[in-house]
Design a protein around this ligand. Structure first.
Ligand SMILES: Nc1ncnc2c1ncn2[C@@H]1O[C@H](COP(=O)(O)OP(=O)(O)OP(=O)(O)O)[C@@H](O)[C@H]1O
Ligand SMILES: [Mg+2]
Length: 599
């Protein structure tokens, strides 16, 4: 994994607003129109209720206390209690409602992204580290969720409150409103100064956290090598360093945060003081009632909380925007062309194909260098062919392009004289089954791994395995088919994993079988069992063996010899031996190995 790339990827951009991203985000929210409208409505109502209270204070003072009207004071107090209660109930409803929208949007985005990721070509996963794709599906989507739980609506509410307070102030007393406004340049300066520093620090925190994640990811995955090569101490020291870096940045951020709040409170106090000083003078001269002054002071006091809140939310906003951009970026990755979720009828595709394969001048490169060069050959239906060649000669690549895990650049591959590009991938993979060199196992039981979680009756599984003479493998496992298999098959030997992958393909029952066998991972007895099973499975099917064992090669009708991506020889074992080329050289090595291995 390119570590640098891994974490620069998670760095935030300066953008807080991007029309494209906003539009896309909005499209998810709009699926919940009713809840969304309810949210906006609730924000408006709660804001109005919030603004009402200071006004009522003033009213109670001027018309109740001043005029000795006890009943009015009593009624106003009750009204204030009622309004506050109603407001708090609505706040609860609002908070529940907005969180629910956020969770639903997250669910939708996650599902859509997962479906998209499943449809991406294998080459995408060659280029992108797993960790990055997982981060998109988890952390980034969580960051989008924060927009709802802590972000947007609250900020909209804050803006409403600021505007509302200003309107109320101007309506109450224009001059006092102007006095309050005079502190605004100070608050703007403070907000900008802290905002910028908090933003930079927040960004550094994200970067350093990504670095910790990348480091942990790599070292936990590679723990075996770490321990075998006694790297623990060195890795610990390195981790200490990056961990400490992270801590320092966090402390810096907290420091800004800690100073920022009191700074805003200072300005708030300054504004209250100014209003009190100026307002008291106006009151004494009879230009202002006491009630208006009290109401005004309360408004001034409430004005600064939403401003502080907005500055603090800025980072959440930015984080969410950056995450959204990355999530939507992944969604824009081109999917495989003909991917369909629904399975076409398997019987039809199977019955219709005889399993004739033809490569016509095939050229293929993973990136820029061709690993298959001008490859042409033909395999008759039911024929068995061995691909032979040294490591890296392109054998697995042939299997990959035949199953269209990768697309070729030049030439044509025909299946029953049909260009495989014209066969739906999902259908193609029913016809051509590949037992891959590296067996991948999922966490689950042995049966799950053989059936790949398909609902195949127990009896049928057993019967298939029995018919192939592979029961000894099952008997050997504790718990038989119910044995729990750990993630990636960690609790199985390499040979046992091969047995599973072979059973998988047998149940899958494809017309054409490609067996990319791993080199010598079985004892001779197990190998005989497997070989016999393979014999039975490939009977009557077109089969391609990527063979490392002489016993397999000798069983085949035809051999194709590859060297550095080119086909150098083709023919039967005897023909090629007589020819005296690369194969005859390889054969001598095979012979020697076989004698040493199984003598
Ligand atoms: N996913 C990939 N991305 C880029 N290059 C690859 C990829 N897979 C294989 N290659 C390259 O393609 C060439 C052919 O590889 P291939 O896997 O077909 O060899 P092979 O004949 O199967 O070897 P082996 O016997 O070791 O399995 C190699 O040079 C390899 O480095
Ligand atoms: Mg290979």
């Amino acid at each position: 994994m390119d570590k640098e790339e891994f974490f620069t990827d998670d760095v935030l951009t300066d953008k807080i607003y991007d029309r494209e991203v906003m539009r896309k985000l909005l499209s998810y929210v709009l699926r919940y129109k009713a809840s969304g409208l309810l949210s906006v409505f609730l924000v408006l109502i709660t804001t109005v209720l919030f603004l009402l209270c200071p006004y009522l204070f003033g009213y109670a003072i001027d018309h109740g206390i001043n005029k000795g009207d006890r009943a009015l004071v009593y009624h106003t107090a009750l009204a204030i209690l009622g309004i506050e209660t109603l407001r708090l109930i609505l706040v609860v409803v609002q908070s529940y409602n907005i969180q629910a929208i956020g969770q639903k949007v997250m669910l939708d985005v996650r599902m859509e992204l997962f479906r998209h990721v499943q449809s991406l070509p294998v080459s995408f996963f060659d280029k992108n580290p797993v960790g990055r794709t997982v981060t998109r599906l988890t952390n980034d989507i969580a960051a989008i969720g924060e927009l709802f739980s802590a972000g947007v609506i609250v900020v909209i509410g804050d803006i409403f409150i600021i505007i509302g307070i200003f309107v109320a102030m101007v309506m109450l007393n224009g001059k006092l409103a102007l006095v309050t406004l005079s502190v605004f340049p100070i608050i703007v300066m403070i907000a900008l100064w802290f905002g910028k520093r908090m933003k930079n620090s927040f960004r550094e925190i994200r970067r350093k956290l990504a670095r910790i994640n990348a480091y942990l990811n790599e070292n936990i995955t590679g723990m075996k090598v770490v321990q075998l090569f006694n790297r623990e101490k060195k890795n610990y020291a390195k981790f200490d360093e990056i961990n400490d870096d992270y801590l320092k940045e966090q402390v810096k951020y907290i420091r800004y945060f800690a100073v920022f709040q009191p700074a805003v409170n200072m300005v708030s106090a300054l504004a209250v003081g100014l209003v009190l000083w100026y307002g008291a003078g106006r009151y004494m001269h009879g230009f202002l009632t006491l009630g208006v002054l009290v109401a005004f002071l309360t408004y001034v006091h409430d004005l600064f909380d939403p401003i502080r809140d907005i500055v603090e939310k800025y980072n959440i906003f930015q984080g969410a925007m950056a995450s959204s951009e990355r999530v939507f970026g992944l969604m824009r990755e081109p999917a495989e062309m003909d991917y369909v979720i629904s399975n076409p009828s398997r019987e039809v595709s199977q019955r219709d194909f005889k399993g004739e394969i033809e490569f016509q001048h095939v050229w293929f490169a993973y990136h820029s260098d061709y690993v298959l060069k001008d490859i042409s050959f033909r395999i008759e239906p039911g024929q068995s062919v061995a691909l032979v060649g040294v490591t890296g000669s392109g054998k697995t690549s042939i299997a990959s392009v035949l199953t269209r895990l990768y697309e070729i650049q030049k030439g044509t591959i025909l299946l029953d004289q049909i260009d495989i590009r014209n066969i739906e991938k999902i259908g193609l993979r029913y016809i051509v089954g590949l037992v891959s060199q590296d067996v991948f196992l999922f966490a689950g039981t042995l049966r799950d791994n053989i059936t790949l979680f398909n609902p195949i009756p127990h009896a049928k599984v057993l019967q298939t395995i029995e018919a192939l003479g592979l029961m000894p493998f099952i008997d050997r496992m504790p718990g038989g088919l119910d044995m729990e298999i750990a993630e990636r098959g960690a609790n199985l030997s390499v040979g046992e994993r091969q047995f599973i992958s072979l059973s998988r393909i047998i149940l899958y029952d494809p017309r054409v079988i490609i067996l990319d066998e791993a080199t010598s991972s079985m004892d001779p007895i197990s190998e005989v069992l497997i070989q016999n099973a393979i014999q039975k499975v490939t009977q009557g099917r077109t089969s391609i063996f990527i063979a490392h064992r002489l016993s397999t090669i000798l069983h085949c009708d035809k051999l194709i010899v590859l060297s550095k991506g080119e086909k150098v020889e083709e023919g039967s074992h005897e023909e090629l031996l007589r020819f005296g080329g690369l194969y005859s050289q390889l054969y001598k090595v095979y012979m020697k190995e076989e004698l040493m291995g199984h003598a």
